[in-house]
Design a protein around this ligand. Structure first.
Ligand code: GLU
Length: 339
């Protein structure tokens, strides 16, 4: 063979390798995500530890054996395993996204000053923490702070505010999200403690709209029925710098992402947020409905659903599953990539 044709052959070979190489490694990465998800699923599916929340009667009745894992990458690839289409109460996970919405009309500094961003070290519905931390709601991810955050969402009246929240959640999830009426009724009949917190905040000028209406809208937002897939899509929007990975619509300002993730990192799992960050190293948020979302910035959003909770109100199986995924996929933010 002539030297020129040999050179051409070599050139074509290298060119093809350049084209096929990344596609091949992408395929390998996705095979790996699903493989690791399957390993975690097999490891924890029979785990019976924890107990459904029962202070909201509806939650006590949800099948404790349900278990679903969804990963959505920043590019919009979806990986699912188990009960990922079951609609359950979003509960506290809603707090993250109402914060994102409130930030559309309030600066990060406003949020720090009007609500606060410190960890409470106390349970999610603590009154003591409000008293101890300067008579403010403390942070947007505990009940007091979440109601104050809901009060900050700008709208003409309560109905318009609710519509704004619902429309925003629809865009984040990429489908129509509805309230589970039975859950909302169940919460509304038993939320006197939250109502008391809202009134307490009013007495300190630390809630910024009608307190009982804010409490009611907050109760409704907690009653959204979401699937693990919806929540992973919402988490992936945070991972993708605020752009919904499927619709490609910008839903969160780039500058707000590090602020929201910081609050999730320090407060996402209530009084056990430190333990979570110490062992998993990802911003996250749990809800008493049994869901937990975690965000690996630039990479993926993860959502796991399994109703039985630990003492602090976090899904036991979801914690174990996300710890496994974070370890095996090397997602821990505090760990530099190996070269
Ligand atoms: N709606 C629940 C409450 O206000 C949410 C609590 C949670 O998920 O942590 O108690």
């Amino acid at each position: 063979m002539k030297l020129r044709s040999l050179n051409r052959l070599l050139f074509l070979l290298c060119f093809n390798l350049l084209l096929i190489g990344p596609a091949f490694s992408q395929k390998k990465a996705s095979d790996n995500i699903l493989k690791i998800m399957k390993e975690a699923y097999e490891l924890y599916k029979a785990d019976k530890s924890g107990k459904n929340a029962d202070y909201i009667p509806y939650l006590a009745k949800v099948d404790p054996n349900l278990y679903g894992i969804t990963v959505v990458t920043a590019e919009g690839k979806v990986y699912e395993l188990g009960d990922t289409n079951f609609e359950f109460g979003i509960e506290s996970i809603s707090k993250v996204f109402v914060l994102c919405l409130a930030m559309q009309s309030h600066t990060p500094e406003d949020i720090m000053q009007k609500i606060g961003v410190n960890a409470t070290g106390f349970p999610f519905n603590s009154v003591t923490s409000i008293e101890l931390q300067g008579k403010k709601a403390v942070n947007p991810l505990v009940n007091a702070g979440a109601m104050a955050t809901t009060s900050l969402v700008k709208a003409e009246n309560g109905a318009a505010k609710w519509k704004k929240i619902n429309d925003y959640f629809n865009k984040l999830a990429g489908r129509e999200i509805k309230v589970i009426d039975e859950l909302y009724q169940s919460e509304a009949e038993t939320n006197q403690h939250n109502q008391a917190i809202a009134i307490l905040l009013q007495s300190y000028n630390a809630i910024y709209d009608n307190p009982l209406e804010s409490c009611d809208i907050y109760t409704k937002q907690c009653s959204f029925g979401t699937t693990a897939k919806d929540l992973a899509m919402m988490a992936a929007t945070l991972a993708n710098n605020g752009i919904q990975p499927i619709s490609k619509e910008r839903l969160i300002e780039t500058d707000h992402i590090p602020k929201v993730l910081a609050v999730m990192a320090t407060n996402g799992l209530y009084e056990t947020s430190g333990e979570w960050l110490y062992s998993i190293g990802l911003p996250a948020k749990s809800g008493v409905g049994g869901g937990i979302i975690a965000v690996a910035p630039g990479k993926m959003g993860i959502a796991v659903f399994a109703p039985p909770l630990d003492e602090a109100g976090n899904s036991v199986k979801a914690i174990k599953t996300i710890r496994y995924l974070s370890d095996k996929l090397q997602l821990n933010l505090f760990k530099a990539a190996e070269h």
